[in-house]
Write a protein that binds this ligand. Structure first.
Ligand code: 13P
Length: 256
């Protein structure tokens, strides 16, 4: 049985006050909730405060980051590295988010190198994949996801997905309120797991596959009721403690 992971991707949102309020609010809201890993990924400048705020609370909230460089130090203006993240207790790092693939021209191969570097540094990659609306309408969703996953398998072998997380995020569903139906998401999740299973059944059985894209308290339970949906990567709704906690609780209930 896979333990679900619900992660909040704060993207470029936050302030010192928000970090404190949101994390302490979340800590209170999820008090005693069992059977689900809860993670937050604030902007890198707030990791220190986030780590300290988590430490003041009762719950074990996992700290994540939103991207990584391919080196641990050097002349790479503006970047952050695994070694730095680890100083702040970060264990999970989102890579290949569609916003980075799009606005920073990150290729499948470049994202695969980030995956490799995170593994090398003992961090959990949260690999985002997903298709555009045009690709969806053209029936290319499975092929796009397979290409993005295969870039990692080609570089590292399928075993690299041991202990890793995949987040299936259809781009047309991100921040639009137009979420994929739970049935459609399940079909894609099953195809992703099948692709991995064809190479190694044990790796496929343990890999966490999150759904992301307009996940809200109102629709979260429908996703978690699906056998191949092991949690969620949440944007907008993770910026409100009550909403995010409701999604966490839906995962705990569905997967109990
Ligand atoms: P929304 O939940 O705001 O649609 O964002 C999803 C996402 O991109 C998480 O990484």
């Amino acid at each position: 049985m896979r333990r679900p992971v619900v992660m909040g991707n704060w993207k470029l949102n936050g302030s010192k006050a928000m970090v404190k309020d949101l994390i302490s609010g979340l800590d209170a809201e999820i008090k005693g909730v069992q059977g689900v890993d809860v993670a937050v990924a604030p902007p890198a400048v707030y990791l220190d405060l986030a780590e300290r705020t988590i430490a003041e609370g009762q719950e074990k909230i996992i700290l994540g980051a939103q991207d990584t460089d391919l080196t641990n130090s050097g002349a790479f203006t503006g970047d952050n590295s695994p070694e730095m993240y680890k100083e702040f207790g970060v264990t999970h790092v989102i890579i290949g988010h569609s916003e980075r693939r799009d606005y920073h021209s990150e290729s499948d191969q470049y994202v695969a190198k980030k995956f490799a570097f995170l593994k090398e540094n003992g961090l959990v990659p949260v690999l985002c994949i997903g298709e555009t609306e045009a690709q969806n309408e053209a029936g290319e969703t499975e092929a796009v996801c397979a290409r993005q996953i295969n870039a990692v398998i080609d570089l590292l072998g399928v075993e690299a997905f041991n202990g890793a997380i995949i987040a299936y995020e259809p781009i047309w569903a991100i921040g639009t309120g137009k979420a994929a139906t739970a049935d459609d998401a399940q079909r894609i999740h099953a195809s992703i797991r099948g692709l991995i299973a064809a190479k190694d059944a044990a790796v496929a059985e343990q890999v966490i596959i999150q759904y992301g894209g307009s996940v809200k308290p109102e629709n979260a339970a429908t996703y978690f009721a699906q056998p191949d949906i092991d949690g969620a990567l949440v944007g907008g709704a993770s910026l409100d403690a009550k909403s995010f906690a409701a999604i966490v609780k839906a995962a705990a209930e569905a997967k109990a």
